[in-house]
Design a protein around this ligand. Sequence first.
Ligand code: C2E
Ligand code: MG
Ligand code: MG
Length: 655
Amino acid sequence: LGQGILVHQNGRILAANKSFCSILGYPEELTSPHRHVDGIAEFELSQSSSTQKRKLALQLMQLRRITGQNFTAEWKMPNGRIVDVQCSFDGEFAVETYTDVTEIRDRESLIAATMATVAQGLLIHDREEILASNPRLGAMLDIPPSLYAPGKSWKDLVRYRGERGDYQDSERHLQDIYLAFGTGNPLSMESRVSNRTLLTECRVSRGVMFTTYTDVTEARIRERKLRATERKVRKLVEVDGLTDLANRHTLDQELSWRLDTHINGIGANELVVLSLNLDRFKNLNDNHGLATGDAVLKELGTRLKRLVRKVDVIARIGSDEFTLVTELDAKSDAADLANRLLRVTRDPVQVGGLELRINASIGIAFASQELNTTDKVMAAADMALQQAKSEGLGLVRHFNAIKAEQTRKKQSLEQDLIFALEREQLLLHYQVQRDLKTQVDVGYEALMRWEHPDRGPISPAEFIPISEETGMIVEFGRWALCQASSDFASFDESTRIAVNVSPIQFMKSDLVMDVRQALDVSGLSPERLEIEITEQLLIEDTDKTLNVLKKLRDMGLSIALDDFGSGYSSLAYLTQFPFTKLKIDRCFIDRMLKDKRSSSLVSSILALASSLGMRVTAEGVESSEQLTMLVQGGCDEVQGYHIGRPLPLDRVAKK
Ligand code: C2E
Ligand code: MG
Ligand code: MG
């Protein structure tokens, strides 16, 4: 036994074990049977190492042995070791045990010291009472030591804090702890002590609850600040600073998220994007200043936000561009919604004493199998918006896939057309014109061709209108004049070359100068150059047109009125302008044989032209029957596939 044991009867030793002597440092003879226990005390008192305190302890023990009273003590031995003493009497018998508890006490004091130094408050309790705690706990919870001393009831501590208002519901807190005892699950909660925040964490082990209290006040403040900063940053990233509406980034995200759920069949029937753009907002900015413009945008933002539902996304994605993403039960509801948006936009806006009226246009697009990405739906809504804008102010238009495809094609052609000239994709073909009386080929018409690198030859009927819209026709026309002139300068002196001139080119450039330059550079004589104009030009600016045409006539050029009969065909033009030739549109030649009205129209044009002293060319002659009829009618010249197709220069026979 590691424990020292001493048994005696009426003061006489009955037995003692070896440990008794070794723990207390006595020689074994002292414990020989029948010796009196007093001998032990006497031996120790005679030792010089014995202290006053030790002597008192031994005397107290002697007294207890004589009176036969139980007693317990803890001795600190001169060698520094701590011995737990238990002495119990049973009539004349006494059993004494001596246990060396030095290590246990060391550990305990180490634990106590540790508990005292940690920054956390510690509380250890079983189901009833507090087993241990540290002083830090008192300071942290601001409670008197009597509440947390070992042996006290921890429930009293909880109730005390409950009354003070540390918890919202202290009974609930107690129940939570009981529950944790039952389940063994850890528990964690926060409570307040005055202005500090404490994190309480409880862990149960073998029926004992270990609770730590950590002051997280600073951490929580830091977290709150961080969250506030995060919110601010998020706002910067997600929100349009001026109107507080969503910005483009957020719109993209929200729309893509909604598209995902919509494609999976979640939500209402229709997911719709409405693009709203203010009409002539630039004018407002220019006239009243940017600050006024900003105030208007802000006000409109508020109105739009008020109109839409909370679940909708309303964003400002450009200076005066707003986008609404919403869900509808039926497609037919969209126009109604758009009109409501327009109404709130149109309500007068008051800014610094001004009353401003704003109008807007709206484009609508629905998500679909084809329009299934953010980019596609947004582009569709935008196209619809452009459509609305092109038709007027304050209009609402739906996306139209067919029109969009045409627009897209046209736009891509437009892009390619920009480089057509410098990349030498434009060329001229020449179609022969024959004099019917002499049967001689008297001239050629230059017809422009575009050899597209991917799409092959593109008809002038398609690309000339585009180049007119963009203004590129000016360059193209100038080029055609120069190219045709130089191609034909070396031809037979009597061969004429006809070049088409667009009304746009006519109005936008100095045609007289362009012609002069073409003649100068090529050396072609002006009598051999003919320009073809259309009736469209004659109604544009009569004075300017007349003036230019006269100058060209004076220079010696011929002037042909192209496609005669297909447009306004005002007879007044014929007397007013100095034409040398009329070209009968090929649609009449085409119908001439089948349709009496067309043939009589051709006859009247021929008669009219001859009375006015103009020559006539019939365009689009495709058969010998047509040719015969024209010969009989007295037509001067013919042009058409029957005589010759438009050909590149090297295939046009030089005479
Ligand atoms: P246009 O000036 O009336 O030219 C005659 C058009 O009729 C040409 O079409 C020609 O190829 C076509 N044609 C000639 N004979 C026949 C025939 O027997 N049957 C049929 N079905 N068609 C025939 P193209 O070359 O496609 O040119 C179309 C139009 O594009 C021209 O009509 C002209 O308005 C314009 N264009 C062509 N080149 C130029 C140019 O250099 N400048 C300008 N401004 N316009 C041009
Ligand atoms: Mg022509
Ligand atoms: Mg023509």
